[in-house]
Design a protein around this ligand. Structure first.
Ligand code: SF4
Length: 422
């Protein structure tokens, strides 16, 4: 089906309709794309302040106080999206400037001020910067690359739903993200790139499909980033899904704890507590994303009883070494996030500069397994192009078999360990 998305969180119908709930949300049309605004600044979202972000705030947003910086609506309104925005805070390389102004660029650009504060302004090879600032390499298509490598569009029975596995669905509720990752699997959909009008009717139709399909016991809410919606919309969605008897668990996929942690207010976590079991897959790429602020956001979610698992895309020149991944998984465990998936980068168009050989991922896992606790070792996953689904790749330790004797090599590479099967 046509699963194009052209939704944004300001969808006027969605706001004005108010889905029968209290509204109080307005639409702010400043910036590249309208975003939700509200004068409800009294949400309990006080966050600790990193020295780095304090310096960044003082330098680039003089006159803005911490309470504004800590308000996620301010972070959304002040997203950096243009050449001029980026030139104000960093020294762009000629390639970055070309990519930012190229008429051929196919994918939106956007970064919250908070996330921009994590970027080294003087180093074009900075890991986080490479994931956010476009390069002209993303204009080059390579063999095997596709707009929709996972075949999501062909597994979509109704707009907004991807039903690929028997007992669960992916529910895409928005095309909007606070930041746009250059390697995004759904770059064909997010950032207003296509024509898919996500509105309340679509949400209702998607929920109707879930209600009418008893095999669905697990709903993964994603997008775009679902947590861009205001509390009342999210609560309406969660309560609607909770009323479907066969839906046993709800999962939410989000990068917001690491790119706009200010969104994780105590009010939001109170809502989540009412709709358990809720699980959360948090998208994190690099250990430098684990800051006092993102740690606080993850701890709030964990304190609300939400099991947190990470999803990390393996990216060339960003995190494709055992040292970086080891540091990341250890930092995640400290903030109660279980390293869950290390994902091979999907072959979207213009992604070859990010994609590593498969062996790189296997080597990283083999250098973690045994050398650190099993809790720290993620599954290394390839999501098979064409909609084949996820497969997990593991280093090979079984080297031979002689009758009921199996011969293994251990995690250190020492051969000759026997196990006798009964
Ligand atoms: S946050 Fe997720 S959906 Fe949004 S651009 Fe990044 S990878 Fe894509």
């Amino acid at each position: 089906m046509n699963c194009k998305v052209n939704a944004d969180i300001s969808d006027s119908k969605m706001i004005s309709e108010g889905i029968g709930l209290g509204t109080g949300e307005g639409v702010d049309t400043t910036g590249d794309k309208p975003v939700l605004s509200s004068e409800n600044h009294n949400q309990r979202s006080e966050f600790s302040h990193h020295d780095r972000s304090a310096r960044f705030l003082q330098r680039f947003y003089p006159g803005i106080d911490r309470s504004e910086w800590n308000n996620y609506r301010w972070q959304l309104r002040k997203r950096l999206t243009s050449l001029a925005d980026f030139e104000r805070i960093m020294q762009l390389s000629p390639d970055e400037a070309n990519a930012l102004t190229s008429g051929d660029r196919r994918f939106s650009v956007g970064i919250t001020p908070y996330y921009a504060s994590l970027i080294d302004p003087d180093n074009p090879n900075d890991a986080i910067r490479k994931t956010m600032i476009p390069a002209t390499d993303e204009l080059v298509d390579s063999p095997g690359e596709m707009a929709d490598p996972l075949g999501e569009d062909s597994h979509s029975p109704v707009p907004g739903i991807v039903h690929r596995y028997p007992d669960r669905v992916l529910f895409l509720i928005t095309d909007f993200c606070p930041v746009y990752c250059r390697y995004c699997t759904r770059s064909r959909l997010v950032g207003g790139n296509a024509e898919f009008d996500i509105n309340m009717d679509q949400w209702r139709n998607a929920i109707d499909y879930i209600r009418a399909t008893p095999s669905i016991r697990d709903v993964l809410i994603s997008g775009g980033d679902p947590l861009v919606y205001p509390d009342d919309k999210l609560e309406w969605l969660l309560s609607s899904l909770k009323q479907v008897k066969h839906v046993e668990i709800i999962r939410i996929g989000t990068k917001i704890p690491f790119v706009m942690p200010q969104r994780i207010t105590m009010e939001l976590t109170e809502i989540f507590k009412r709709y358990h079991p809720i699980y959360m897959s948090v998208h994190v790429t690099h250990p430098r994303e684990v800051t006092p602020e993102s740690s606080q956001a993850c701890e709030r979610l964990a304190d609300a009883g939400i099991p947190l698992g990470s999803q990390t895309v393996l990216l060339k020149g960003v995190n494709d070494s055992v040292e970086v991944i080891r540091l990341l998984v250890h930092e995640l465990l400290k903030i109660r996030v279980k390293p869950y998936y290390l994902l091979q980068c999907d072959p979207i168009k213009g992604s070859s500069h990010f994609r590593t050989p498969i062996q790189t991922g296997i080597d990283i896992i083999s250098q973690l397994r045994g050398f650190t606790s099993g809790y720290a070792v993620p599954h290394y996953i390839v999501d098979l192009p064409g909609g084949g689904g996820k497969v997990s790749l593991v280093p090979e330790h079984l080297t031979s078999r002689n009758g009921n004797e199996l011969i293994f090599t251990n995690y250190e590479g020492k051969p000759g360990f026997s196990y006798f099967e009964p």
